[in-house]
Design a protein around this ligand. Structure first.
Ligand code: S3P
Length: 447
């Protein structure tokens, strides 16, 4: 943790102007390292997110036998070992803050004949793992967990694992992906039934690496994903698009800060990820999508966001999976809209890097927003564009090891009379290295 990340002030000032590029997509970066490590030969990945979460995945894949290095041109080279050939790690796998690394790797290892121990930071050690240990247990893996099914935990994989057909009880791309990754080294067909569609990067990339994977979509939207096991993956050259979940911060900052006009280039526009942008436009945001194209099997575009008068909205719960990580910053936008924004069906936000419903409700209230916290959502009466301001000058918000809470309140601070202080910005390094420098650049461009 760097000293400079402590007690940072975010306050109103110049509008945000100019063009920025956000770091690579976190979900796609994790998957690119994992699947490359399971292909025999060298894969090359450019645009990889070099944040702490993805670096935790890289370190784990090295510990499991892959050779991984970054060349000076920023390209990551992965020499994989092949499906079924990961090796016994010598020490515990330290997952840091990263739920995605943990859950996907548990899937990978469930069908390998080895034992592994997973440890993580205080935030990760509170998060539920039963959602993956249950289906992976059905495939034959064994788990010894800490109380509540949490980390630290030790697992033993099984070879050959047992193929399962599993209906997801929670809408979770991590659970879906863990089962599919376990299925790679499992004889027969592993099937995941997904009643509510979640991000489909695993499906796209597994196909791209040569796995036999089919997706059948039923009339009610349920997706049935079938993977043929004992797969052989072929090395690939991959380009990771910018992370729409990171683009969300400069976009919302521009929408709520008077005089702003920001372009974010190279943003992943996979429809399973773009719920926030759809919703903001429905609220009246001046948000334009230009240069739509395809990069490495994923849709990509540039976004132009200008300060806008937003109107509150009733958020349909079925949009949640396509913007699940964007709710914290969405709540900030809602607090600046005119009229009321109501959300529901967001129980999952309570088990992210923090309890995001509770922290956003508390923090927004401290900066003067009118918020009601329900069990599964927030109801926010917006201020119609008037800057928020708390009763106590410049409040300090605790980020609680949650990068997206830190970044959401940093954005809020730019449009809050008197500003606010974030106690610790260091968690931002998990997903968005250079976040505060980007905000500074956008303001300098306007000065
Ligand atoms: C992710 C899935 C989502 C998301 C997380 C990344 C992934 O989690 O919140 O940041 O890469 O599969 P859930 O599967 O728990 O919804």
């Amino acid at each position: 943790m760097t000293e400079i990340a402590r007690n940072m002030l975010f306050e109103p000032g110049a509008p945000l102007r100019g063009t920025v590029q956000v770091p690579g997509d976190k979900s796609i970066s994790h998957r690119s390292l994992m699947l490359s490590a399971l292909s025999v030969g060298e894969s090359r990945v450019s645009g990889l997110l070099e944040g702490e979460d993805v670096l935790a995945t890289a370190a784990a894949m090295r510990a499991l036998g892959a050779q991984i290095h970054r060349s000076d041109d920023g390209v990551w080279h992965v020499h994989g070992v092949g499906v079924g050939s990961l090796v016994q790690p010598e020490t515990a796998l330290d997952m840091g803050n990263s739920g995605t690394s943990t859950r996907l790797l548990m899937g990978l290892l469930a069908s390998h004949d080895l034992t592994a121990t997973f440890v993580g930071d205080a935030s990760l050690s509170k998060r539920p793992m039963g959602r993956v240990t249950t289906p992976l247990g059905l495939m034959g893996a064994e788990f010894m967990t800490s109380p509540g099914g949490r980390l630290p935990l030790t697992m033993r994989g099984l070879v050959p694992a047992v193929p399962i057909e599993y209906r997801l009880p929670v809408a979770s791309a991590q659970v879906k992906s863990a089962i599919l990754l376990a299925g790679l080294n499992t004889p027969g067909i592993t099937r995941v039934i997904e009643p509510v569609p979640t991000r489909d990067h695993s499906e796209r990339m597994l196909r791209g690496f040569g796995a036999q994977l089919t997706v059948e979509t039923q009339a009610d939207g349920t997706r049935i994903i079938s993977l043929t096991g004992e797969a052989e993956l072929k090395p690939q050259t991959l380009v990771v698009p910018g992370d729409p979940s990171s683009a969300a911060f400069p976009v919302v900052a521009a929408l709520i800060t008077p005089g702003s006009d920001v372009t974010v280039t190279n943003v992943g526009m996979n429809p399973t990820r773009t719920g926030l942008f759809r919703l903001l436009r429905a609220m009246g945001a001046d948000l334009t999508i230009i240069n739509e194209r395809e990069v490495g099997g994923e849709p990509v575009a540039d976004l132009v966001a200008r300060h806008s008068a937003l109107t509150g909205i009733d958020v349909p719960p079925d949009i949640a999976p396509s913007m699940i990580d964007e709710f914290p910053v969405f709540f900030v936008a809602a607090a600046h809209a005119s009229g009321t924004t109501r959300t529901s069906g967001l129980d999952e936000l309570r088990v992210k890097e923090s309890d995001r419903l509770a922290l956003m409700a508390q923090g927004l209230a401290r900066i003067g927003a009118s918020v009601e916290e329900k069990e599964d959502g927030l109801i926010i009466a917006g201020r119609g564009g008037d800057p928020l301001s708390g009763s106590n000058g410049t409040p300090t918000i605790a980020a609680e090891l949650d990068h997206r809470i830190a970044m959401s309140f940093a954005v809020a601070g730019l449009a809050t009379r008197g500003g606010l202080i974030i106690d610790d910005m260091s968690p931002v390094a998990t997903s968005f290295p250079g976040f505060t420098a980007m905000l500074d650049r956008l303001r300098d461009a306007a000065a």
